[in-house]
Design a protein around this ligand. Structure first.
Ligand code: ADP
Length: 469
């Protein structure tokens, strides 16, 4: 019978009362006992019965109370075993149900927390979360790395950890007024890194996110390191400016001379001289464009080397022969070191030619008449062969050495242009050597000479004469 609890108690009470009267009547009528004795005995029996019933009831309550305590303490494993259809059974079932739901919710929340932690760990952007008091609640690894922080930042104000008032201000505005902000920051403490920062307020509920003008529960700041982008942008701007400048100079000259010719100088004797100047500047333009094309070709992903085994003594002799004429014009002696005939390198023949010719060309250009230029190749270790091109020319000032391989960088602009240089030769050398897996460097003393070094992978087995250059 499914009666409400109070009614059940009432029915129980009436049954107990009836039982009491029944037992009492039974004792008086059949056993002729006194009223007092019969009342006492029947009361005792009824009290025992009531005690048993109350015990059964309190045991169930105790079970439920114990389960509730366990729930509060976080224990969600055991079930309450109350096999009855009354209120206690229903309460037990409801608590069990609640426990299952709770377990599911907790699992869902911890799954989401794991996802979030994995995302935060895998992010390259730094993330900083502050609570409504503006104290740091959480930061990810990238944040510590980007800002080079080693100290414990949790529960501190962002200003204490990062020492930037603009960020502090943005976080305050995000919490108090719900204002989102994006801005760039340059941190002197992190070696001048440029960071793009986005600060947003955390809304009390998900639906309200993005609403401005109200107090938030905290704020999130995301830091994106854009130093490399900035650097690339600067390189690109410098490059465009340099190329434009390099092209404009010969173009202006060509235009000027061509106009003078058109204005009547064609018939005069100097016409030939003018055309020669035009030809010289056109050659310069062509050389710049060719070098630029070469650089862009090396930098494309499709650029591939056709490596082969190159026997070095013959190869270097051929290269020296190639630059003999300009060297002889300046009475510069060309030589090479003693190279074992078995010494071979694994490289792209035409690009190795270009590397050595560029270096030799410079050595001859920047060495005064009567000087000496030497090419050396020797085994450096079991893997590499070290090449060097040595001259006793004008040398390079110490402060320029680190920039010498940059595009269009020249120590003496006037002298380089006068000698037909584009300022791109060493840049091409650097790229070609790096594409071969090697490195290039320079040692120089002003007024005494320079030595350009580079290394390439050695070919370890003996080569057949067919492969030799
Ligand atoms: P350029 O076409 O001007 O020679 P490079 O890129 O080949 O351009 O060289 C860059 C600059 O490095 C040159 O302008 C010159 O100032 C300096 N340089 C290169 N090689 C030598 C060298 N052997 N001796 C002295 N200076 C050199």
């Amino acid at each position: 019978m499914n009666l409400p609890f109070q009614n059940k108690l009432m029915v129980l009470f009436i049954f107990l009362l009836l039982g009491l009267l029944l037992i009492q009547g039974y004792l008086i009528y059949f056993f002729k006992k006194s009223f007092f004795f019969s009342s006492s005995v029947s009361l005792l029996i009824i009290l025992c019965l009531a005690y048993l019933l109350v015990r059964i009831l309190t045991q169930r309550i105790q079970k439920i109370r114990e389960m509730a305590r366990r729930l509060v303490a976080g224990g969600l494993e055991r079930e309450i075993h109350i096999f009855s259809n009354d209120e206690w059974g229903e309460i037990a079932k409801a608590v069990d149900e609640m426990k299952i739901r709770l377990r599911e919710k907790i699992e869902e929340v911890s799954r989401e927390r794991d996802y979030l932690q994995t995302i935060l760990k895998g992010m390259t952007e730094g993330v900083l979360v502050v609570d409504e008091r503006g104290r740091i609640l959480m930061v990810n690894d990238a944040f510590q790395k980007i800002l080079s922080l080693s100290l414990e930042v949790l529960d501190r104000a962002p200003l204490e950890a990062i020492r930037n008032t603009e960020l502090e201000e943005a976080i305050r505005e995000a919490i108090q007024q719900g204002k989102n902000r994006a801005f760039e920051l340059t941190f002197p403490l992190t070696g001048g890194k440029t960071l793009e920062v986005n600060v947003v307020g955390i809304s009390p509920s998900y639906e309200e996110s993005g609403k401005e003008g109200e107090k938030k529960r905290g704020a999130i700041a995301v830091f994106h390191d854009i130093s490399r982008l900035k650097q690339l942008e600067k390189i690109r701007q410098d490059f465009v400016a340099n190329v434009s400048h390099e092209l404009r100079t010969p173009l202006t000259t060509i235009k000027g001379y061509a106009e003078t010719l058109l204005e009547g100088a064609l018939k005069e004797d100097i016409a030939l001289q003018f055309v020669q100047v035009i030809k010289r500047h056109t050659d310069r333009l062509t050389k710049i464009v060719e070098d630029l094309l070469m650089l862009s070709r090396i930098e494309t992903k499709e650029f591939q080397l056709k490596t082969e085994v190159i026997s070095l003594p013959n190869f270097i002799d051929d290269i020296l022969e190639f630059v003999r004429e300009p060297a002889e014009k300046k009475k510069i002696s060309l030589s090479r070191n003693e190279i074992p005939s078995s010494l071979a390198v694994l490289a792209d023949r035409s690009y190795l030619e270009q590397i050595l010719i560029n270096l030799l060309d410079n050595a001859i250009k920047y060495t005064p008449e009567g000087g000496k230029v030497m090419v050396l190749a020797a085994e450096k270790d079991s893997k590499d062969i070290e090449f060097s091109v040595e001259d006793n020319g004008i040398g390079i000032p110490r402060e320029d050495l680190s920039r010498i391989f940059e595009r269009f960088y020249r120590v003496d602009k006037g002298r380089s242009k006068e000698l037909g240089g584009t300022g791109l030769g060493l840049s091409i050398v650097k790229h070609l050597v790096q594409t071969h897996g090697g490195q290039v460097w320079v040692e120089s003393q002003l007024g005494k000479g320079s030595t350009f070094y580079f290394n390439l992978p050695k070919h370890s087995t003996n080569i057949s004469p067919n492969n030799a250059a």
